[in-house]
Design a binder for this molecule. Structure first.
Ligand code: LMG
Ligand code: NDP
Ligand code: PMR
Length: 395
């Protein structure tokens, strides 16, 4: 309980580079010899709400060193420096598996952008991610303020941002009523689409400024948002309609918690949010690929039937879904394999094509997949972009 309570008071940006080694650690230049004195003011963090029960955790959490960009080889060889990749929702499932795959390659430093610091720190440790290969920075996509604060905090790390992976998501298939983000948007679209939309728009500047040879912005899509597939035809089907709910602010007033203005349906809201993710990636490509050289991509990593995504589904579903996908649809993929797939999209030199929706065949070979009519509708992409920028305060 004390641990739980303390989590919410943790500073917004914490590095786990030298977790557990409090004695030798520093936090943005402030040494932690006595384990307690550290300075968070350089990050502009709110410390006033920190209570004494959180001190031990803070000390542990802050047992870190300021991350730095690894310099390119000084030996004169043309070695590409360590890349820095932000992954949202890296505390579990696909995000964690991808973070692990990248960290273990030795070529990447992962910024794990997560809403629960302790859960993420434990998950990274349990996954065996090498110390020094990751930094945890707080991000709650259900709050636009948190997104803006995250961007500030990441900039304070003074690392170039080379790749951004928008991976976090919520799925509320059993919710009878909508729930809402801090800014009053229906939760699934608010977190999965609008939070990421603001994040990606803000970080484009940072990607642009990076000197990394292949800069990428990746958004995780899904087969279930694509009605040109069998999976995409399982009811309720994704459908953004004429976007009247999104235009009305997605706040439930006048029943507009859904993008199409229809009655709330949690499973549909998730699928709609994935359509928005796939449309957003294409709109980014059209607007910014040429100008910035950034590769914009989305993907369907396979059916990772065992992740926390299904935590709100009924127990019977959670029991039957993995064997159903493994033995009947054969669409199942393990978290580890899916993580390798997403890690390829982050780092494979052959996957630099922009505007692509990647999928994999049974032998885990990637291919450019076809999106549904709606998920590739350019006019809809433009409208979703314009309405979304109004909602997140960019226009
Ligand atoms: C809703 O139910 C839930 O209500 C909602 O809460 C949310 O979870 C949502 O999408 C998520 O689903 C969907 C529900 C109704 O589906 C079911 O779960 C019913 C299960 C019925 C079991 C079927 C037996 C299969 C045998 C399995 C044996 C053991 C394993 C069971 C594990 C089950 C886990 C799911 O869905 C239906 O109405 C069922 C019919 C859906 C079939 C849709 C197929 C349409 C095909 C249309 C073809 C279109 C052509 C596309 C072209 C493709 C070209 C490549
Ligand atoms: P998980 O539930 O395991 O991971 C989701 C992650 O998102 C968690 O780290 C979760 O954090 C985080 N998250 C949720 N809400 C917020 C928030 N408000 N702010 C910040 N982070 C948040 O699911 P998956 O790994 O399966 O999902 C990852 C991605 O893969 C999603 O985009 C999903 O749509 C996509 N996908 C998944 C498929 C599957 O079969 N599983 C298939 C196709 C696509 P916390 O740990 O704190 O809850
Ligand atoms: Mg689906 C034919 C292949 C196939 C694939 C690849 C998936 C993936 N699903 C397939 C088929 C079917 N599913 C069929 C025939 C049914 C009816 C029995 C079915 C049902 C079903 C349910 C109830 N499937 C589901 C659900 C969910 O709640 C999941 C969902 O829609 O989450 C949004 C889901 C999924 N099926 C998938 C994938 C990848 C998911 C979940 C994750 C996601 O899209 O992100």
């Amino acid at each position: 309980m004390a641990l739980q309570a303390a989590t919410s008071f943790l500073p917004s940006a914490l590095s786990a580079r030298k977790e557990g080694a409090a004695k030798d650690s520093a936090f943005f230049g402030a040494r932690l010899a006595d384990g307690l004195k550290f300075d968070t003011t350089s990050l502009g963090l709110r410390t006033k709400r920190v209570n004494t029960s959180s001190v031990a955790i803070r000390a542990q959490a802050a047992a870190v060193s300021a991350p730095t960009a690894t310099p390119a080889s000084l030996s004169g060889k043309k070695t590409v420096r360590t890349g820095n990749a932000i992954i949202t929702g890296a505390s579990s499932g696909l995000g964690l598996a991808t973070a692990k795959a990248l960290a273990e390659s030795g070529k990447w430093h992962v910024i794990m952008a997560c809403r629960d610091y302790l859960k993420t720190a434990r998950a990274a440790r349990a996954a065996g991610m090498p110390k020094g290969s990751y930094t945890i920075v707080h991000l709650d996509l259900a709050s636009l303020d948190s997104v803006r604060q995250f961007v500030k905090n990441v900039r304070q790390l003074d690392m170039p941002i080379d790749v951004v992976v928008c991976n976090a998501a919520v799925y509320q298939p059993t919710a009878k009523e909508p729930s809402f983000t801090a800014d009053g948007f229906e939760m699934s679209v608010g977190v999965n689409h609008l939070g990421h939309f603001l994040l990606a728009r803000e970080l484009l500047e940072d990607l642009k400024a990076s000197d990394y040879p292949s800069k990428r912005l990746i958004i995780v899509g899904s087969i279930t948002g694509n009605t040109n597939t069998l999976a995409g035809n399982v009811p309720p089907k994704a459908n953004l309609g004429d976007l009247r709910g999104l235009a009305a602010g997605l706040n439930g007033v006048g029943s507009a918690a859904m993008i199409d203005g229809a009655e709330f349906d949690g499973a549909k809201a998730y699928k709609d949010s994935k359509v928005c993710n796939m449309l957003t990636m294409q709109e980014f490509h059209r607007r910014y690929h040429e100008e910035t050289g950034v590769t914009f991509a989305s993907l369907y990593p396979g059916c990772i039937a065992t992740t926390g995504l299904f935590r709100e589904h009924i127990p019977l579903f959670r029991l039957l879904f993995p064997p159903f996908q493994k033995y009947i649809t054969k669409g199942y993929v393990s978290e580890e394999e899916a993580g390798k797939r997403l890690a390829q999209v982050v780092s494979e030199p052959s996957l630099t094509k922009s505007g692509v929706y990647w999928s994999w065949n049974k032998n885990s070979a990637s291919f450019e997949n076809q999106l549904s009519e709606e998920a590739s509708d350019t006019e809809k992409a433009r409208k979703v972009w314009e309405l979304s920028e109004k909602l997140v305060g960019l226009a």
